[in-house]
Design a binder for this molecule. Structure first.
Ligand SMILES: [Zn+2]
Ligand SMILES: [Zn+2]
Length: 148
């Protein structure tokens, strides 16, 4: 939380209370919420809130570089806080939608390698692993046992 406030102060960012609340929710919850999740969570705080306002704020935050959009085919778009320095990647469970944040040291040098080898300038990089989380694996195993 402190780092978020600090970062906004450094950039001299002024935000409406709603926009700040949207950003804070994404930052604190760490659940990669959908617009609907954010709307439900903030509704008790702002009774004039609408889903359209959430989308407007999310788009503004994406443009400002604080939030990234994660789209997965038919599933609802999820939103994540964009770190300045600490880059992380995602492993997504296709069964329950759970998202694991992870970092990998080897990937930290990716942009340097691309620059050196291909004179390529990297703006952003994303890596996503799709599969099944541990909880879902054991659930599937148990269901199998029941029917076998
Ligand atoms: Zn799962
Ligand atoms: Zn994440």
């Amino acid at each position: 939380m402190d780092t978020l406030k600090e970062r906004l102060r450094q950039k001299n960012m002024r935000m409406t209370p709603q926009r700040l609340a949207v950003l804070e929710y994404i930052y604190v919850s760490k659940t990669h919420p959908s617009a609907q999740d954010i709307y439900q969570a903030l509704l008790p705080k702002f009774n004039t809130l609408s889903l359209a306002t959430i989308y407007n704020n999310l788009n503004a935050l994406i443009e400002l570089g604080y939030v990234i959009e994660m789209t997965y085919g038919d599933a609802a778009t999820r939103y994540d806080y964009k770190e300045d320095d600490d880059v992380h990647y995602h492993a997504i469970c296709e069964t329950c939608g759970y998202i694991i944040d992870f970092s990998l040291e080897e990937l930290d040098n990716l942009s340097e390698m691309l620059k050196e080898k291909y004179k390529f300038i990297t703006h952003s990089q994303r890596l996503e692993a799709f599969g099944q989380c541990y909880d879902c694996q054991s659930r599937t195993r148990k269901e199998k046992e029941m029917y076998d």
